[in-house]
Structure formats: structure tokens, C-alpha cells
Design a protein around this ligand. Structure first.
Ligand code: ADP
Ligand code: MG
Length: 323
């Protein structure tokens, strides 16, 4: 199959047809018609085989994750996803692999009414770059820089399960069979917190999605907002699976440093606390208050009301190995 046939066969036909796409796949550029008085939020992420996902990852999960990580960024800004482009580098044309990969891509696109409007297809070591675009009402976006001392720190969902799944695949831990499938789903099919992000527009002073680990991502908010934070380790939402598998102390460490959770970390002022908790709980989203911002320039942690040291940093690409 040649490049043009491949694009036509796998990418051109899709269920989502948005009215604001004047021209989709097939010309030199796509043409989009954004509504007035909205910001267009734009984000790009690359997933490299063997770096961002294990080589043996199934194709559908790779497709899903490629889109999910970008939609997660849009969610963290409070944006509504609209369009994506896909730059795909594949070692060879494997039609069965491509079908599964596309199933993963389009499942998420259909769920969020996102249209694939273009991309590029090249040959080389497997790597996927997705650029996603979305809309936020004028000046209603959530940034990393809006947090203030005194604001409360929240996370959605549970932390550390994706990192545990990675350890499981690497043979570093043994997980009870009943938990295995559930763990691997958390790693391979992360659910981007898109609707949660949109609900937070009214309440959050800042937000970030958790891709590199809680401490590392919280540091981005603290640096952008010029605040410090104290995290109450007793209040971290840790799944019973993680707790049972690693024991309390290691579970906490993984919850603080493990990547790939794709939950949202956000801050809320005292005045907005009750409103936010009511809105999100009614929408069926689990949120946990895990600490508070302060006027220092540090991130500290406490357990049983006593300060504890953390050595942990979260996953940082260029510090661990040069890629
Ligand atoms: P050009 O050489 O003008 O950049 P291409 O031959 O790369 O065009 O692509 C032809 C059309 O197919 C373009 O509209 C491009 O956006 C689209 N396209 C190519 N690869 C992909 C892909 N992986 N996913 C979606 N659209 C793609
Ligand atoms: Mg091209």
C-alpha cells in the first residue's frame, strides 16, 4: 500500500464530521472556522516507542494514548477539544497494526467529537506526534500561573496505578492476578479529564495534568505561580491495589513520583472550595484535597502532622537519560 492509499484507507474516512472543519484531510492544509470570542488552545505531544510506551504495547493502546495525552493537556486548560493532527512514523506498513492503532485513535475522537484534520505519514522507528486544538471561552482558561498562597491543592482520581503497571511490565513487582488487567488498563488507556477540566473553569485558580508525577507537576504550578506547597501524605488518594502490592511507604512514594496518571492537579481558593466539591461530586468525579499552598518557595510534605522528607522528583526525561 502506498502513502496516499494508506492515508485514504485509514485516516480519511471517519465518523466525526464537524461543521467548523471547512476542509479536512486531503489538501495541503486543513481549513478551520473557529467561533468568535474563543481562544484556540493548541498542544503537541510525541510518543516514542520504548520511551513513552513499552515496545510490546498493543496498537490500539498506542492509538488511544497518543490522543489521550494531548486531550489531557486541553482538559488541564479547561478547553473543549475540537481538532487533532497526527504525525505518524512507522517502520513498515502493517495493515492489521494500523487498523488497531486507528481504532484507538478514533474511539477517543468519537467520544469527544474531535475531528482528525490532517497529519503526516513517514517511515522510520515508531513514533507518534499529535497536535490537538480546542476552544475556551475568552479569558476563561485555567493556567498554571493563577494559584495563590492559601489556595487548596486537589487531585482527581487515584495516583500511582499507571506507574505500578509499568513496574509490573518491567517485572519489578508481582501484582495479584485479579488486579492485573485493571492496572494495565490504567497505563494503556488513560482517560483524559476533559469534562472535569471544563467544569473547573469556574472554580480553579490553576491546573495541570499529571504526566510526570505529582511532585514534579506540582512544582510547575508553584514555580509559575510563585508559591510553595505543603502536601499531606495521609490524604493522597492511593488505590487499595497499590497499597496492598507495595505497602504504605512505597505506595506513597510511587503516588508522588510515578508518571502517566493523567489525573488533574488543581488549586482552589477557600471561597470556591465548597462550590467546586459540590459540582465535581455531582458529576461523579472523585476529588481529594491533598494540601495547601503557602508563601514559601518550597514543596514540603507531612504525615501524622509531622514533617517528612521526600527524595522524590518524578520522572524527568533529560535528567535520567539523554534522549
Ligand atoms: P503534503 O505532502 O502536501 O504535506 P501529504 O501527502 O503528507 O501532503 O498528506 C496528504 C494529506 O493527508 C494532507 O491533507 C495531510 O494532512 C493528510 N495526512 C497525511 N498523513 C496523515 C495522517 N497520519 N493522519 C491524518 N492525515 C494525514
Ligand atoms: Mg506531508
Amino acid at each position: 500500500m502506498k502513502e496516499f492509499e494508506l492515508i485514504k484507507h485509514f485516516f480519511r474516512e471517519q465518523a466525526v464530521k464537524r461543521k467548523d472543519v471547512v476542509l479536512g484531510i486531503g489538501d495541503d492544509c486543513a481549513l478551520l472556522l473557529p467561533p468568535e470570542r474563543q481562544h484556540i488552545a493548541v498542544t503537541t505531544d510525541t510518543l516514542v516507542a520504548g520511551v513513552h510506551f513499552p515496545l510490546q504495547t498493543e496498537a490500539r493502546a498506542i492509538g488511544h494514548k497518543s490522543v489521550a495525552v494531548s486531550l489531557s493537556d486541553l482538559g488541564a486548560m479547561g478547553a473543549e477539544p475540537t481538532w487533532i493532527s497526527l504525525a505518524l512514523t512507522i517502520p513498515e506498513v502493517d495493515e492489521a497494526w494500523l487498523s488497531e492503532f486507528c481504532a484507538g485513535v478514533f474511539e477517543l475522537c468519537e467520544f469527544y467529537n474531535v475531528q482528525l484534520v490532517g497529519g503526516d505519514t513517514t517511515q522510520g522507528p515508531l513514533s507518534i506526534t499529535v497536535t490537538a486544538q480546542g476552544l475556551t471561552p475568552f479569558d476563561k482558561h485555567i493556567s498554571r500561573s493563577g494559584a495563590k498562597a492559601g489556595d487548596w491543592v486537589y487531585v482527581t482520581g487515584e495516583l500511582g496505578d499507571a506507574a505500578l503497571a509499568l513496574k509490573l511490565l518491567q517485572g519489578k513487582v508481582v501484582v495479584d492476578d485479579v488486579y492485573k488487567a485493571q492496572m494495565l488498563t490504567k497505563l494503556n488507556y488513560p482517560k483524559p479529564k476533559v469534562l472535569v477540566g471544563q467544569s473547573l473553569r469556574e472554580y480553579a485558580s490553576s491546573a495541570i495534568d499529571l504526566s510526570d508525577g505529582l511532585i514534579s507537576d506540582l512544582r510547575h504550578i508553584c514555580q509559575a505561580s510563585n508559591v510553595g506547597a505543603n502536601i499531606v501524605l495521609d490524604d493522597l488518594p492511593i488505590s487499595p491495589t497499590l497499597n496492598d502490592t507495595l505497602g504504605k511507604e512505597n505506595a506513597i512514594e510511587l503516588a508522588l513520583t510515578g508518571g502517566d496518571d493523567y489525573e488533574l492537579l488543581f488549586t482552589v481558593s477557600e471561597d470556591n472550595k465548597v462550590g467546586m466539591e459540590t459540582a465535581l461530586t455531582h458529576a461523579g468525579t472523585k476529588v481529594s484535597c491533598i494540601g495547601q499552598l503557602n508563601g514559601s518557595d518550597k514543596i514540603t510534605t507531612t504525615m501524622d502532622n509531622k514533617p517528612v522528607q521526600i527524595s522524590a522528583n518524578g520522572y524527568e526525561h533529560f535528567t535520567k537519560k539523554n534522549v
